[in-house]
Design a protein around this ligand. Structure first.
Ligand SMILES: Nc1ncnc2c1ncn2[C@@H]1O[C@H](COP(=O)(O)OP(=O)(O)OP(=O)(O)O)[C@@H](O)[C@H]1O
Length: 353
C-alpha cells in the first residue's frame, strides 16, 4: 500500500501563519490573494504555501512578479519566477515591468516605490483582497539591528508591520532556513539574489557578517530575540501613537489668518500649557504629528528636544527648524500678539514656503 509523503511540520506551520494573517485581517473567503513574488526563496515559499488555500477552495490565489529592469538579467530573473510559479497552478501570474526613476533617490528606494506602485495597480486590476509579502523573521531581525545602529526610536525598532492596509506579511515568524525547506519540499528552484551577499550594501553585511558574528559571540537565538523585541515595541508604539493622536486633537488649534477672517493653512497652534502637562513621550509625538500635518517630515529626536526647550523659555523664542521646512516658535504678549489672540499661550508651527 503506497503512503502519501508526510507533510513537513514547517509546511504546516507556514500554512497556519497564512491562515492566522488572513483571519486577523478578515480577508473574505473566496476573494483573490496576490503573492508578491521576486522568485527568491522567501516569496516562492510563500506562493507555494498560499497555493494550498487555492487547492482547498478557500481563496483564489495569484502572483505578481515585478521586473525592475535595473540589471541586464532582470527579464530572465522574472521569467524564472514565472516558470517556478507555473508549477503551483496560480492564477493570474502577472509579470509587470516597471520604470524605476532613480533621479534624486537611491536605486533601492526608487525600486521599492516602483514595486509598490506596480503591486497597487495589480490589486486594482484584479480586484484582489490582499497582497502577501515574503518578509521573514531574519528580515525583521536585520531591520531591528539596522534601526539600533541608527539610534532609532520605538516605531522604527518595531520593524515592518505584519499588516498595512491590504498588504500582509504572514511569514514574519518564520526563519529563512524554513522557507528554504519549503522550497525544497515543493520542488521549487528559487533565484538567489547576488546583491544579498554584496558587502558594499549595509543590509548584506548585517545579514552575512553582523548577525552570524552576534550569534557566535552571544549565543544562538539572537535573530529570534530581535524579532521578539520588535513585537514588544510594536505594541508600545501603537499604544503611544493612539494616545498622542488623542492629545493632538485636544491641543491643536488652527492659526488665525494674518488678514481678515479665515485661517492660515500654513500654520497651526498647540496649547503650551497642554504640551507642558504631557510626558515627553507624548509631547514629542504630538509635535511630530503637527509637523507631518503641515507637510513636513518626521523630525528627529534632537529637533524635537529643541522644540520642547522653547516651552521653558520666558519670552518669545525660536524658530526651531523641525524638518521639511516646518519651524516652531513661541510668541509672548506684546505689540505683535495682543491678549485674546489665540497665538498667545500657544506654540506656533509654520510651514515656510
Ligand atoms: N521583484 C519583486 N516582485 C514582486 N515582489 C517582490 C519583488 N521583490 C521583492 N518582493 C516582495 O518583497 C518581499 C521582500 O523582498 P526583499 O527582496 O526585501 O527580501 P528577500 O528576503 O530577498 O525576499 P525573497 O527571498 O522573496 O526575494 C519579497 O518576499 C516579496 O514578497
Amino acid at each position: 500500500m503506497s503512503r502519501r509523503p508526510r507533510l513537513s511540520p514547517t509546511v504546516g506551520t507556514a500554512r497556519n501563519l497564512i491562515r492566522a494573517a488572513l483571519d486577523e485581517a478578515q480577508v473574505p473567503e473566496g476573494s483573490l490573494l496576490l503573492v508578491a513574488c521576486s522568485g527568491g526563496t522567501d516569496s516562492l515559499a510563500l506562493a507555494a504555501t498560499a497555493a494550498y488555500f487555492a487547492r482547498s477552495g478557500r481563496y483564489r490565489v495569484g502572483a505578481v512578479v515585478v521586473d525592475h529592469g535595473l540589471q541586464p538579467d532582470s527579464a530572465a530573473v522574472a521569467e524564472n519566477a514565472r516558470q517556478q510559479l507555473a508549477k503551483l497552478d496560480l492564477d493570474p501570474v502577472d509579470v509587470r515591468r516597471v520604470e524605476v526613476a532613480t533621479a534624486g533617490t537611491g536605486p533601492e528606494a526608487a525600486a521599492r516605490t516602483a514595486r509598490y506602485g506596480a503591486l497597487d495597480a495589480a490589486v486594482e486590476q484584479h480586484a484582489a483582497a490582499a497582497v502577501l509579502l515574503g518578509h521573514t523573521l531574519d528580515d525583521q531581525a536585520e531591520q531591528v539591528l539596522l534601526g539600533l545602529s541608527r539610534g532609532s526610536g520605538t516605531r522604527s525598532l518595531s520593524g515592518m508591520p505584519a499588516r498595512r492596509g491590504a498588504y500582509l506579511r504572514p511569514f514574519l515568524a518564520l526563519r529563512r532556513t524554513e522557507t528554504e525547506e519549503i522550497c525544497r519540499f515543493s520542488g521549487l528552484d528559487p533565484w538567489h539574489d547576488p546583491t544579498n551577499a554584496d558587502p558594499a550594501l549595509t543590509r548584506s553585511r548585517v545579514r552575512t557578517q553582523v548577525l552570524p558574528y552576534l550569534e557566535d559571540a552571544l549565543g544562538p537565538g539572537i535573530a529570534e530575540s530581535l524579532y521578539r523585541t520588535s513585537r514588544i515595541l510594536a505594541q508600545d508604539a501603537a499604544y503611544l501613537e493612539e494616545l498622542a493622536a488623542a492629545e493632538y486633537s485636544r491641543l491643536r488649534a488652527p492659526a488665525p489668518a494674518t488678514g481678515e477672517g479665515g485661517h492660515d493653512a500654513g500654520a497651526l497652534l498647540l496649547s503650551e500649557d497642554g504640551l507642558r502637562a504631557l510626558p515627553p513621550a507624548l509631547r514629542q509625538r504630538v509635535l511630530a504629528l503637527a509637523v507631518v500635518e503641515l507637510g513636513g517630515v518626521q523630525p528627529g529626536f534632537e529637533r524635537l528636544l529643541a522644540a520642547e526647550n522653547l516651552l521653558r523659555r520666558a519670552g518669545s523664542a525660536g524658530p526651531v527648524q523641525l524638518g521639511g521646512n516646518v519651524s516652531a516658535y513661541r510668541q509672548v504678549r506684546g505689540a505683535r500678539v495682543p491678549q485674546g489672540d489665540p497665538s498667545y499661550g500657544s506654540l506656533v508651527l509654520r510651514k515656510n514656503l
